[in-house]
Design a protein around this ligand. Structure first.
Ligand code: ATP
Ligand code: MG
Length: 394
């Protein structure tokens, strides 16, 4: 039996005249995700996009799983394709859904007829299909208000489509419709979640990671690559820039008061990341900070870091508890990677008693103690190495 995938797009419905453009972006994003699985044809009609495999041997389970991570989709259904003839429709509905219906107590049939020349109208299609299923499946009952399974029959231009359970889509907006932002990515739990949340709103990602060898290991960098691999399964391609941060961190350690190590480091991270972000055409920075989680994430500390950013800073985890962040981390399959115990540059020179209420004036004074800060920042920016991360197109 020939099967296709039916896509219901999400908030796109709100976009009025832009809708078609948004759908085109959505189709492009789906194509990118499933290109390596074989050839597919994409057709837009009303609020549905059909994805039709062009050969028999396509792994449709995998295609559905990948499309489940494409932002801008509310629902995904697999559907059987059949000839536009009532006998074929009735038989296909039974063959295709008998297993699913065998576990259901109740069902209803919904018909949509976009081809008005089809000789049966919608109520007649429901009667025919419903009657046949009831005659074949003992114990099954009709419940039009709250059925366990809704059998949908869509009679369209060329074929009829039959489907039941709709899987939830990834929600959000199609990647690429919301500009570009730059995530400051560590190997921790929070920043990959922050990246995912911003990508969900249609934003393309550039990433910056600060590595401080030999204090941080290659394994810590590999961890970041793997984490971004998980994020890119949702967000698509990510340009990762790894910055050599050792000289700056050593300068902070050598010249700044210990209680200000982390805030000063964070300020300088903002400066370096801002330059890479602007050069990459990003319009915002993203961090995984959550208010009050640690000393460097108090409202006072964030005020000190923010003033060093050349772009707006988005912190999608700001109001979330760790448990809420972990829930999303698990959902995107990042958690088990995040908890691997490699040193991040943040944990290299951790102050014993960080100042929790630094003022921007004091932070500036402290930072001014670093000799040749500007030269070190420039060198750090120049040291950035690019790695393209794309989960499904490597
Ligand atoms: P995470 O779980 O994201 O590491 P965290 O709670 O451990 O967050 P910090 O280590 O204080 O918090 O880092 C706060 C934020 O600073 C991170 O969410 C991330 O955006 C950024 N950051 C920290 N370390 C790095 C790094 N090595 N490279 C790039 N950004 C970093
Ligand atoms: Mg961290």
């Amino acid at each position: 039996m020939k099967e296709i995938i039916l896509i219901k797009d999400g908030e796109l419905a709100l976009k009025g005249l832009n809708r078609s453009t948004f759908e085109d972006v959505l189709i492009k994003n789906m194509k990118e995700k499933i290109r390596s699985l074989g050839e597919f044809r994409f057709v837009k009609s009303q609020s549905t996009i059909t994805v039709e495999p062009q050969s028999e041997d396509v792994d449709l389970d995998e295609a559905v799983a990948r499309i489940g991570k494409v932002f801008g989709i509310v629902g995904i259904s697999r559907a059987a394709v059949c000839e536009k003839e009532i006998g074929a429709i009735v038989q296909t509905a039974y063959d295709y859904l008998k297993n699913e219906l065998a576990f259901a107590g109740t069902f209803k049939v919904k018909a949509k007829r976009s081809d008005k020349k089809f000789p049966y109208d919608s109520p007649a299609i429901c009667d025919e299909v419903g009657g046949f299923l009831l005659s074949k499946l003992r114990g099954l009952k009709v419940d039009v208000h709250n059925p366990d399974v809704t059998v949908t029959v869509e009679v369209r231009e060329k074929y009829a489509y039959i489907h039941a359970t709709q899987l939830p889509g990834a929600g959000g907006m199609p990647t690429g419709t919301g500009g570009r932002a730059c995530i400051l990515i560590s190997g921790g739990i929070d920043s990959p979640v922050a990246a995912y949340m911003i990508a969900k709103r249609g934003v393309k990602l550039t990433a910056v990671h600060f590595a401080s060898p030999p204090y941080t290991s290659e394994l810590a960098e590999m961890k970041v690559h793997e984490l971004l691999g998980k994020v890119s399964a949702w967000s698509g391609r990510i340009n990762l820039f790894t910055v050599h941060f050792t000289a700056l961190q050593e300068a902070i350690r050598d010249y700044c008061p210990e209680e200000m190590f982390t805030v000063t480091m964070r300020r300088i991270m903002m400066k370096v990341a801002s330059r890479i972000a602007v050069w990459q055409g990003a319009d915002a920075l993203i961090t995984g900070e959550s208010l009050g989680q640690v000393a460097s994430q108090t409202i006072h500390a964030l005020k000190c870091t923010d003033e060093c950013a050349a772009l707006p800073v988005f912190r999608p985890c700001i109001g979330m508890d760790k448990s809420e962040i972990i829930e999303i981390s698990r959902k995107i399959d990042a958690f088990d990677i995040s908890i691997r115990p490699y040193e991040d540059c943040c944990t290299v020179f951790t102050p014993r008693h960080p100042r929790t209420r630094p003022t921007p004036e004091y932070a500036r004074e402290v930072e001014a103690l670093i000799p040749e800060e500007e030269r070190l920042i420039e060198e750090a920016v120049k040291s950035a190495r690019l790695l393209v991360i794309d989960a499904y197109n490597d």
